[in-house]
Ligand binder design. Structure first.
Ligand code: MN3
Length: 191
């Protein structure tokens, strides 16, 4: 996780800063072609920065994750209502994570309008769709688990529950998407 944070996440930040600075130059020289070209790098690296920030925040050291998710009553009730039981939610979530082909993310999301909870996945560094609140996000890129678990993706996925920061997940459940992403708006592209 230290390497993941200080090398992988840092690389997204460095590349985002480089792309933003090239974009500023392209804007001032009114170079539209270069600006369009930079959109791809900005989207990918800003997505990487935002997704990783959400990820670190919804994790906690195993030693402090001793309070079970069932203690977060509103969220636990919503998960039980949607999936029947917390265990059933967990196994559906694990199956979604393990079903990701290539690089991507697994998410517990909530539709902002209907309040409906869903499990979804995104590719590469795409963000969750607009109007959806990211409650819990898990990095399923190979770099997230390879050092500790080698090819045993299943062990990484099953072990993730030991480090989920349920207070943060419930806080997002009670927040609006604007509040969740708004908290990242002032985020400088540095870690
Ligand atoms: Mn990563």
């Amino acid at each position: 996780m230290v390497l993941h944070h200080s090398k992988h996440h840092q690389t997204y930040v460095n590349n985002l800063n480089a792309a933003l600075s090239s974009q500023a130059a392209a804007v001032s020289s009114k170079d539209i072609v270069t600006q369009l070209d930079l959109q791809i790098a900005i989207r990918f690296n800003a997505g990487g920065h935002i997704n990783h920030t959400l990820f670190w925040e919804n994790l906690t050291p195993a030693s402090s994750a001793s309070v079970p998710e069932s203690n977060y009553s509103e969220l636990a009730a919503a998960l039980k209502k949607r999936w029947g039981s917390l265990n059933s939610f967990k196994s559906k979530f694990e199956a979604a994570l393990l079903g990701i082909k290539g690089s991507g993310w697994g998410w517990l999301i909530q539709d902002e309008e209907s309040g409906y909870l869903e499990i979804t996945t995104t590719k590469d560094q795409d963000l969750v769709s607009k109007g959806k609140k990211p409650l819990l996000g898990i990095d399923m890129w190979e770099h997230a688990y390879y050092l500790q678990y080698l090819n045993d993706k299943k062990q990484y996925v099953e072990g993730i529950w030991k480090v989920v920061n349920w207070p943060v997940v419930e806080k997002r459940y009670k927040s609006t998407a604007n509040e969740i992403f708004g908290a990242l708006k002032g985020l400088k592209a540095s870690i």
